[in-house]
Write a protein that binds this ligand. Sequence first.
Ligand SMILES: [Zn+2]
Length: 146
Amino acid sequence: MDAKDRYYGGLEMDYKELLKRARSQLPSEILEHKRFEIPRPRSFVTGMRTILVNFKEMCDALNREPRHVLKFLSGEMATAATMQGTRANFQGRFGHDTFERLIERYVKEFVVCPICKRPDTKIVKERRFLFLICEACGAKSSIRPV
Ligand SMILES: [Zn+2]
């Protein structure tokens, strides 16, 4: 998959600019690691269901548990969803623009640090509460349950 098939979910232009400028100064391995790319959702409708083909791949790029992402999508789309191998099945007919919009929201809410805007975060559960811990700046932000 090449660069034009991907999009930079929720990140600002100046971040991309920053990366472009950093490119000339960094070895390529570091660059790849620091780059935050989410594959475009690939989906199709079959009967009354919608299959998100590259669901697992997207979760891997987001560095999030597929169960968490699936619960979020199913809740926002107000429909039942199941995981089947690397795909996700949704009841009802949805365009891939739906997934694009929702993944962008997911990134803003559950991946990008609200303080430093970097995606190097993890979700930690403490008692019944969920927090977004930023590995770049150390910020700890509460997040809503999905
Ligand atoms: Zn941060």
